[in-house]
Design a protein around this ligand. Sequence first.
Ligand code: WT7
Length: 631
Amino acid sequence: MIKTSRDRMTDAALFEEAPDVFWKGVAERLKWMTLPSEISDVSFDKDDLHIRWYADGTLNVAENCVDRHAEARPDDTAILWIGDEPGTSKEISWRELHHEVCHMANVLKARGVGRGDRVILYMPMIPEAAYAMLACARIGAVHSVVFGGFSPEALASRIEDCGAVAVITADEGRRGGKTVPLKANVDAALARVSGVRLVLTVQVTGKDIHFVHGRDYWWHEAREEVPTDCPTEEMSAEDPLFILYTSGSTGKPKGVLHTSGGYLAWASYTHDMIFQCDPGDVYWCAADVGWITGHSYIVYGPLANGITTVMFEGVPTWPDAGRFWAEIERHKVNVLYTAPTAIRSLMKDGDSFVTKYDRSSLKVLGSVGEPINPEAWRWYHEVAGDGKVPIVDTWWQTETGGVLISPIPGDPMTKPGAATKPMPGIKTALLDQDAKPIEGAGNGSLVLTSSWPGQMRTVYGDHQRFIDTYFSAFPGNYFTSDGARRDEDGDIWITGRVDDVINVSGHRMGTAEVESALVAHEAVAEAAVVGYPHDIKGQGIWCYVILKAGHTSHDSLGKELRQQVRTEIGPVATPDVIQIAPGLPKTRSGKIMRRILRKIAEGETSSLGDTSTLAEPEIVDVLIRGAEGER
Ligand code: WT7
């Protein structure tokens, strides 16, 4: 058996020479029930699109992430949970993890949840969130985690879209000293949709909650009634593992579907290559399990690799900006993986919050989710990492399952903000507008020219949308919707989205979704939403709103509209600026010129370009004056 290494050059060379041997090596990181003999069967041709990896292999993801380590090292720590309240933490051993996952799996089974059923998880950052994901994997159910910052409305549309039969939640979540009414939100969502026959609630705060007889159960009570042992389902590599909803430039969020074998192999391989952890290391990805980062790099990647993974219930800035570094000192954390937005918010409170703690345990610092500006990169490297710790700026997407482009420890750390080189096995290209590859240095649209095991397989329930969204712009390629630049050394710099998706605090948001939330308000005739540079969030949400005839702006309208968006989507999408405007810049054929709206929001009004083709060019000056008032 040829094993993959932790060395980019060695693996890249193997991939060049014998791709199937390399991909077999990636698969053999896992424990298979039937070892796959097939590597891949892929076509990016939009008339015959299919993506299959290791298709004749069978395995169970939970066995890989739990049982094999519980057998080998039962007393080592699998999950180190750090509570919202400073000083609270809990170590969960592999043995306990096995025990809890089996119980949760048996509770689901006892209520009729089985292979292929969809289960929604709407949970805070507590160990039970990982138990629930792994319990689904154990019995072959498909989980779909919905971030706790989404509203009942958004939760209901996801429950409906995937046809969920069960919801796992908590009475309330805790975050930064505040509580989130998760179970009440689930109740509100379930008042709108049908099909859910089980709600399993974890008791976190002890808040009184409403129970529906025959549907709702407490986790701590249900677990007492089921056996301790739960066999693992034998799943095909291509059986779905989870669905995760993500925003695009049009329409409702898409249900990104990932499968079992390829996804886990890629999460495991990239986690090992990029973070280089060994058993005994403490690895901390400070994301939320509601996002893909939490799936691949809090739960599946590290647990598949037998590494102690931290689950953090709180936020980086509460009770103060020292929180990360205090925990790193207390638990001797070896790897921290977080988003640029967190780094920027900590930077502004000054270095003393960092330097008063001992961070000598750190070996790698990771960044994910949005472009990292050089100032934040330098601070992360020089202050947080004492100028010694390598930074891995990992580029990837919900759709890619795991990291595709990133430096790895050992690379020269000389390019703040560059995602640098693709992982072994990953083939990227930069294309110009005519879909011609840009050779050497230059700017273009970032595409993947071939598949990798962690690639999404479809949009749940809408395969045509999968094809249209990712394989139509540049036929024969997967289009990322990101722009990128290649420098003279061949290193890749991600320049950001080229579609109408914005990135707010590392959270992906469709401007069209915010617009449709705004127009649902009775006073709003039309809305146009753009991103603008925001010191902490990366991008903020700027809304231009046109009122219906007969409605005028009043003091509380901005508040009402913000509330409207929070109701339709959730607090995660709260607008930063609401500019009430008399009209929008449109072409004579009625198309909104978003480029102009973006420039106005950015304050770049000297480079608006040609506005003479607008139906009403005068509107531009009115908008510019209005925007100055908002800044
Ligand atoms: C979009 C994907 C990656 C998991 C979390 C976000 C942007 C992501 C980077 C990075 C520059 C980045 C891209 C991408 N992005 N990582 N290191 N440098 N941009 O996943 O919510 O699916 O968002 O995030 O624009 O397309 P996501």
